[in-house]
Design a protein around this ligand. Sequence first.
Ligand SMILES: [Zn+2]
Length: 787
Amino acid sequence: MTIKTLYRRLGAVLLGFAGASAAIAADPLNVTGDKFRQLEELLPTPNTYRAASGAPGHEYWQQQADYDIKVSLDDDKQRITASETITYTNNSPDTLRYLWVQLDQNRFKPNSSGNLAAPVDVESIAPDTIPFRSFRREVVSRDFQGGYDITKVADARGRDLRHTIVDTNMRIDLPQPLKSGDGVTFQIGWEYNIIEQKALGGRSGYEYFERDGNYLYEIAQWFPRMAAYNDVSGWQNKQFLGRGEFALEFGDYRVAIEVPADHIVASTGVLQNPQDVLTREQRARLKKAETAKKPVMIVTKEEALENEKDRATARKTWVFEAENVRDFAWASSRKFLWDAQGYKKGGTDTMAMSYYPEEGTPLWDKYSTEAIIHTMEVFNRYSFDYPYPTSISVNGPVGGMEYPMITFNGPRPEIDEEDRSKRTYSRRTKYGLISVIIHEVGHNYYPMIVNSDERQWTWMDEGLNTYVQFLAEQEWEEKYPSRRGDARKIIDYMKSENQVPIMTNSESILQFGNNAYGKPATALNILRETVMGRELFDFAFREYSQRWKFKRPMPADFFRTMEDASGMDLDWFWRGWFYTTDNVDISIDAVKHYTVGTKNPDVEGPWKRERFEEEPESVTKQKNRANKMTRIVDGKPELADFYNEHDEFDVSNADRNRYRGMLDGLEDWERDLLKVESNVYVLNFSNIGGLVMPIILKLDYTDGSSEELRIPAEIWTRNAAKTSKMLVRGKDKLLKSVVVDPHWETADVDVENNHYPRRIIKSRLELFKDEKARNLMKDWQEELKED
Ligand SMILES: [Zn+2]
């Protein structure tokens, strides 16, 4: 897979530069050269599946995978036992002799590739240092018996199918080749031990509450799922190493979840049997919530606290159905409080719901469901109307993770164990919670519906989603402390050395959060605010979202659609921001002030003399004058002549006659230009960071007025390292100073060279006091404190 993709990407370049292999090795994407070179050579050739416009082609296809699953949760052993029937429809033009199924839980087998190949960095924080959390993972993962026990792989009639497990994937060999347009139904049975999320990390798992002895389960990547098969990668069967997320097919699900009778289950899909699992009162509350103006408690705090005291021995089965989703996740616990509020607008008609243990209050009851609805409100405007019937936020061990209709979100208040009613939370926790809910609910749009290949391209969902998340945060409250999106927040990363381009496979990304979330989100925000303008950007971004909802876009489809819908050539932007690690650092190096030379000797002579007299006097002359030097001509005036009366600036009639003759030889319009009394400025810029960007200028004049000028990035087309701009201003407009990027909107990493003239930099000098050396003799006298 890797090699195939690599060749496709290099193919065009190799053809164009056959023989120049050294240059290709050093710069295979030709990014150091022509920064405005079109991307066609790098992007895959358009075809009938993916059009040159960036839209799905007229023969676009994708596979369909439908699931019928029965699962049982063992609350004593923290174990899953399940079976499924998968109906797979081959909409591709190809005949398939085998199918690939993802076995994500195998990532937690002690000898998984993900475990064996996990690099360690004991230098990143300080030499020979590792966080407790990371070391715990190393220790626990050695012994934890994770991964699937596959108990059955059989056809629809129960006959065993040949299958081969390859780490986190399984190949199932088909007895009959699956022809284009045909479907196949088969069954898989499995069991696995649920991981303790806090010990092993990951995107699902259980949390144990020591105080009341209860468990809370967030269950995901829990069933063998069809690997994606598509026109770009064939089977996307890259192993799950832990970072690159999921490439999945859409399908319909029916899932029966058997849990202890006192559990509350939150799940992808719509509950099919509320009469079996909910009380009459809970059902009435849910009905009321549909039209409520604020969240309605379906399970109150008092009820949840009552639930967590007992252990039901009876079991209940919750049945959910979901249509056209690419995945399915759920959560279960007897600790859950549950609130809900309907949200109906445009094409959206959904129930926003939150599930959280009592430990999540007072944050979760106040913010979670409100944040879900706010997310849909904003994302709908920039993308498309949220199409699913529910949208859920669950509080549990997972810090933040997304699935269709359901998200797992971590932050909780701090509880004073002496008095559990005393609860506080930091500013970071409050906004962290709102932001993570916006982010994870936002993932319903990217990639749950705009179904990009996460195993390959993290930025396509994280970056786009983080960008819209920023817009949603800014609509929450005026001073919302967004961590990502604003240009100035990305500068430290852009300056850093250990980074790779955004267009890098998920597993190889350095500085993951900055690379795949922060930088693309910021780049899109800059593209919107500074390069394209809001109207053009929003139209194009929405067009991309509409074109690719419930389909699988690739990077080129995004790049091409943004240009196709806006009419702007953005190849330079994609090339710089997505294919390189250059940064923005534009320096204003010089400003020259011109007035137009009149060629009239009676004007130019005196002008030149003035300039001459402005020059500083030589020190020799100064000292000679101070010494009252006497010169020979002073003593002998007969030595003076014509040239002692006339200097080189004096104008003669011959000069005047030549001037008139010259004027006679000029056209009228040429003569007019000689009379222009404008102030002309030439500004010289250099590009130190490498990224070509628009130059935004604030021009301050001596009369107190000020002007903003926005020069498009194309000013760098002929020379990406140095460029100049001429400004023609009126007779009275005298330029006093110039500032590049005055609003800090381009992520310029060095703003000091943005000032002309340069300014004095204000900062603080911090004084440092040496720590005292250890005094063992004194320390020896100290008594041991009681526990
Ligand atoms: Zn995310």
